[in-house]
Ligand binder design. Structure first.
Ligand code: ATP
Ligand code: MG
Length: 445
């Protein structure tokens, strides 16, 4: 085999005779020419077989191959502006080909399929160019997240997946058997990270998170990845500064490294280029007023109903969607009512009905991508909150201890990987951002 290359690097090989190994994406015959769209996992390119060049036998063999047949192709790389592909602008003049398997009856054809059919065939659907592009954007975002924290003095530390009790309320916990006892799959690593920062200063965990979300939405998975940084000696203001630097860095990496994939997804990248710090900051109080004003102004009765909100209510998707349409970049909403947030958030000074929480809402209607807060630092205030939430006190003694031995102001947040990928890719539904998504009504394949 001569000069085996990956399609991703095809531009480096113009004029050379190369070999690629992969699969037939589709095939278009045109007289003496055969256009073979070939993919090798790293990209998609066009192989052009010319009958007089390859001979009748090979030409006929190729012309009758089924979609997704596996093959090894050799030929010379040419630059051609009109050649489609990822990257576009290159093709291979086919000289030789070896067919490994002629695939018959591949179920996903270029025609439209329903999403349930595609999800049933997720093991195959992943090969389709948009799904392929999404996974490559996801990998880059994941890498950018790790690089961001690693390069800023955060220690990467792993928090347990099997946990004895709830952090965020019990309604969305997956229960598992634990020998003779019950346990739950982790919804967050935050509480453990609060212990970790008192040992290591700045930490982050990044791993799978489980929530038995019973509602069918475009934004929720039952299993997703969350990155959770936690920082000692950090208040709400400093937390927002970190978040905006973080999100703009991550989006910038995706724009720099995945331009081809974003083009496959037909993503409007001008919207992503606006994602530059600083981001606007509005209080929950102001956000409610803004939503009420949008509600008053709309003529759409259905929207009017969806946007009903009073001070004290949590935002739902329609509220977030309409609010974020007012901004060209992500927006911070801080200072939510204590009653709609988790028990561990620091009360607002002089306004105990409000807590030092902050959500970051993505633009273009994508909604919350980050939830964060300054954490309670006083052991007595914390104990009272645990009691108010009727949480099993004994399980939280270690957590209260953190406030007894060298308590400091501290903050942290959680960013959902799949929510972020959904937004960056500009796609409709979060399920496409996970290779094998787990949702309310699906855990196969
Ligand atoms: P929401 O109100 O949108 O359900 P949340 O407030 O419950 O989210 P947090 O507990 O603040 O979420 O979690 C932090 C981040 O984790 C969210 O901002 C989001 O990016 C992500 N996230 C939360 N739940 C899910 C889920 N079920 N599927 C995918 N991502 C999620
Ligand atoms: Mg939240």
């Amino acid at each position: 085999m001569t000069n085996l290359i990956t399609i991703e690097r095809i531009a480096d090989h113009v004029g050379q005779r190369v070999t690629i190994r992969g699969w037939l994406y589709d095939l278009t015959p045109k007289g003496k020419l055969l256009f073979l769209r070939l993919r090798d996992g790293t990209g998609l390119t066009q192989g052009v077989a010319y009958r007089p060049e390859v001979g009748d036998e090979l030409f006929e063999r190729l012309a009758h191959l089924g979609q997704e047949s596996s093959l090894i192709v050799s030929g010379t790389v040419k630059a051609n502006d009109r050649a489609p592909g990822v990257p576009r602008g290159y093709e291979i003049a086919v000289e030789e080909a070896e067919v490994l398997q002629d695939a018959v009856g591949y179920p996903i054809t270029p025609k439209e399929h329903g999403v349930e059919f595609l999800m049933d065939n997720r093991h195959l659907w992943l090969r389709s160019s948009k799904q392929w592009a999404i996974m490559r954007v996801r990998a880059t975002i994941k890498r950018a997240i790790i690089d961001f924290f690693d390069s800023r003095g955060f220690l990467n530390i792993d928090t347990p997946i099997i946990t004895p009790s709830a952090a965020e309320g019990t309604s969305t916990l997956f229960e598992v058997g634990y020998f003779d006892d019950k346990a739950y799959l982790a919804q967050t690593g935050q509480l453990y990270n609060e212990a970790n920062i008192m040992a290591f200063g700045k930490v982050y965990c990044f791993g799978p998170t489980f929530r038995a979300e019973k509602s069918k939405t475009r934004r929720h998975l039952a299993e997703f990845w969350m990155v959770e940084p936690e920082i000692a000696f950090c208040d709400l203001e400093q937390l927002m500064a970190l978040e905006e630097e973080f999100v703009s860095t991550v989006v910038g990496r995706a724009l720099d490294e995945r331009a081809n994939e974003l083009a496959v997804l037909e993503r409007d990248v001008t919207a992503l280029r606006n994602v530059v710090a600083p981001f606007p900051r509005i209080s929950y109080d102001e956000a409610v007023q803004r939503v009420q004003a949008i509600r008053d102004a709309t003529d759409d009765p259905e929207l009017k109903e969806q946007l009903a909100i009073e001070w004290g209510d949590d935002f739902g998707s329609p509220h977030e969607t309409e609010l974020t349409k007012q901004f060209d970049r992500p927006v911070f909403v801080y200072g939510y009512p204590t009653a709609v947030k988790a028990f561990y958030m620091e009360p607002w000074p002089g306004r105990p009905e409000v807590c030092k929480s902050v959500d970051l809402l993505a633009p273009e209607g994508y909604g919350e991508i980050i939830g964060g807060s300054e954490r309670m630092s006083d052991p007595e205030v914390l104990l009272a909150a645990i009691r108010r939430h009727e949480l099993p006190e004994a399980n939280y003694q270690w957590y209260i201890d953190l406030r007894r031995y060298g308590s400091v102001p501290h903050s942290g947040f959680g960013l959902g990987l799949e929510r972020t990928v959904t937004w960056v890719c500009g796609i409709e539904h979060i399920r496409q951002t996970s290779p094998f998504p787990r949702t309310l009504n699906r855990m196969t394949p």
